[in-house]
Design a protein around this ligand. Structure first.
Ligand code: MSP
Length: 644
């Protein structure tokens, strides 16, 4: 079975950031997972190199457009090497093979009367390279990005997109998988409930030279989207090698973020329809990585450079965090602290710790030889974990099939929790010293059940963390890259092994900060944390007076089970009912120390959900980088007293 997956072609006007890394890693994970299932995969990515934006970026940096594209396209390629992206093809829209196809399709559509010339009057958004009519504008600005638009009147060429509106609506209705997730499908259907305009597909050369000339009018170049979208067919060989092309087309999955779903779900299928080519099977738009609730991107200056994060945390840890951190289809807030927490909790403390403990026990107690499983000696706890491993494996596959990588990883983490609980209950370390045969069987069975869960998990995790999983799978003498067939219970072979070092060391935030200072090239996040102290904004009294600061008494305090930094408090602030408050204090205070204490809280802060716990307010504490100390009234005073 063949599987053809694509990412968008990224613009070469700036360096890649986490947003680009996310889509590409997601595509790589899905491609590797499909290969794991034994499918024949083609994974395509590349760069989008024509158009005004790129031309402007080249001029601003003093390059010729081609020089500029060569440099920036290479930066994407370099990052993909660093992120262990195993693509099968990398296409650039300046590649000759691509230009030929664009010209061919344009000629065909021109000959068929699908393209006509007309005078265009309207508004143009330069950064988005999109035309808008008066009624499209949002308070006079671009409805997509909110930036200024310029008035424009010029001859141009148009593609008869409106002609395909009815066809497109029925195609979307008849093929529920065509646009995913459903929220985006509904959005596009609602967009199509209004009349669809024809698409302007040219730019006069007098205004823009950097593009593919129209084969039927050399005074014009092709609109960047009409050019770029065609990469998905030019790369697998449309026009040049039809046999190869039909092996892959229609594509199985085209990934992107929600900002470019209209071009992929409206322009693209209608262009294909006009050229008598089948539409892709699925276009899938994921959400955005945001910073302070704004989309991460170059234009807002909040882009985070993946290079630093890979250097500091490791490639596989970074890949894991991105896959774990975004619920597919929804936006996700990028946070450095969250990344450290996910890596430490799920990789260092859970998966990595289980692996080290098991290998250590196998080394000390079984002479570094993997155990065997003695069916006749199995106990109910063994059977239970074997069954749980089987069920979770099935769930993981089901989630991965539906592209819900985050949910699959949550299941894997859950399995590791179960293995941990099993080991804690069975206590193999207590059996280890005995010489008795029964004890030896028990010890082998416990280690086998737990190690087998680890081996199966490592196969499932291979698409997400190929390098680390290769290391662990080689201990088990597994074929790499593995196949899903190997993830069956009971295939663990008993043999002597080489013990490996800890796979996922705990991240020490302080050490990273110091290293980055030494390198004098701090990760942008750390820079942000540091500079937050340095340049504080001056605020008016009015701003300050908006805060409702009150004295609170801590009634109850306990540690949050799912987050080792958090304490869950119940506080009295003089209201009828106590309030819940979540505080990141667990590293600095024991819960008992807080009960009965009077503290200061902001009472009118919007309620927030932190790791699943609702917090209605925030307490005040001082932080010198090492110690965090609570602020308390200097004399006893009633809960609910206002701070002025
Ligand atoms: N060149 C066009 C695409 C042409 S495809 C034929 C383009 N390029 S882009 O450089 O702006 O890349 C957009 C894509 O980068 C998004 O669709 C998404 O895949 C990824 N992302 C860029 N910023 C992102 C976030 N902040 N969050 C998630 N993904 C993001 O559009």
């Amino acid at each position: 079975m063949s599987f053809y997956i694509t990412t968008p072609l990224y613009y070469v006007n700036s360096d890649p950031h986490i947003g680009h890394a996310y889509t590409t890693i997601l595509a790589d994970v899905i491609a590797r997972y499909r290969r794991l299932k034994g499918e024949d995969v083609k994974f395509l990515t590349g760069t989008d190199e024509h158009g005004q934006k790129i031309y402007d970026a080249a001029v601003a940096l003093g390059h010729s457009p081609k020089e500029h594209c060569d440099i920036y396209s290479q930066r994407f390629k370099d990052l993909w090497v660093k992120l262990n992206i195993k693509y099968d093809d990398f296409i650039r829209t300046t590649d000759e093979r691509h230009i030929k196809v664009v010209k061919f399709v344009l000629t065909e559509l021109w000959n068929k009367g699908e393209i006509y010339s007309d005078t265009y009057q309207g508004w143009y958004c330069v950064p988005d390279e999109r035309f808008w009519t008066e009624k499209d504008l949002d308070e006079g600005k671009c409805p997509d990005c909110g930036r200024e638009v310029s008035k424009i009147e010029e001859k141009n060429y148009f593609f008869r997109m409106s002609k395909y509106q009815e066809w497109l609506i029925s195609h979307i209705e008849d093929n529920p998988d065509f646009i995913q997730p459903n929220s985006r499908r509904n959005e596009i259907l609602s967009f199509l409930s209004k009349p669809l305009n024809d698409l302007c597909i040219s730019r006069p050369k007098s205004r823009l030279k950097w593009g593919i000339p129209l084969p039927f009018d050399e005074d014009f170049v092709t609109y960047v989207w009409f050019d770029a979208l065609l990469n998905y067919i030019s790369a697998p060989g449309y026009h040049a090698n039809l046999k190869e092309f039909h092996k892959w087309w229609p594509s199985d999955l085209q990934l992107m973020a929600k900002d470019i779903i209209t071009t992929h779900a409206v322009y693209w299928p209608t262009m294909l329809k006009a050229a008598d080519i089948e539409p892709p099977k699925t276009v899938f738009a994921h959400g955005w990585w945001t910073v302070d609730e704004k989309k991460m991107g170059k234009s807002l200056g909040n882009a985070v450079d993946p290079h630093f994060l890979v250097d500091d945390f490791g490639c596989d840890q970074f890949r894991y965090f991105l896959m774990r951190g975004m619920v597919l289809g929804q936006d996700s807030t990028y946070s450095f602290e969250r990344m450290v927490e996910v890596i430490n909790t799920e990789l260092a403390n859970n998966f990595g710790n289980i692996a080290s403990r098991l290998f250590k026990m196998i080394e000390t107690n079984l002479d570094a030889t993997l155990p065997a499983f003695w069916n006749s000696k199995s106990e109910p706890a063994d059977i239970k974990l074997i069954e749980q491993t089987r069920i979770i494996r099935e769930k993981v596959e089901d989630h991965f099939d539906k592209l819900q990588i985050d949910r699959g990883l949550r299941e894997i983490n859950q399995l590791m929790n179960l293995v941990n609980a099993y080991l804690e209950e069975q206590k193999p370390w207590k059996l280890s010293k005995a010489d008795d045969e029964a004890v030896n069987f028990r010890l082998q069975n416990i280690l086998y059940v737990a190690t087998e869960a680890l081996r199966i998990t490592s196969i499932l995790l291979f698409p997400i963390m190929p390098e680390k999983m290769e290391t662990i799978l080689s201990v088990f003498d597994e074929m790499v890259p593995p196949s899903l067939e190997q993830a069956k219970w009971g295939l663990l072979k008993s043999h002597r092994i080489n013990i490996i070092d800890s796979l996922f060391p705990r991240i020490d935030l302080k050490k990273i900060e110091e290293d980055s200072r030494r390198k004098e090239s701090k990760p942008q996040d750390i820079k942000k944390l540091i500079s937050a102290k340095e340049d504080k904004e001056i605020v008016d009294y009015d701003d300050f007076s908006k805060l409702d600061l009150v004295v609170a008494e801590v009634l109850e305090a306990k540690k949050a089970e799912n987050a080792d930094k958090l304490l869950l408090l119940k506080i009295d602030i003089g209201e009828k009912e106590p309030r819940d408050l979540v505080a990141g204090l667990a590293m600095h205070y024991e819960p008992e120390q807080l009960i009965g204490e009077k503290i200061v809280v902001i009472a009118n802060l919007k309620a927030a959900k932190i790791r699943g716990h609702v917090s209605r307010g925030m307490l005040l504490a001082a932080d010198d980088g090492e110690n965090v100390v609570l602020l308390k009234p200097s004399k006893d005073i009633k809960p609910g007293s206002r701070i002025k």
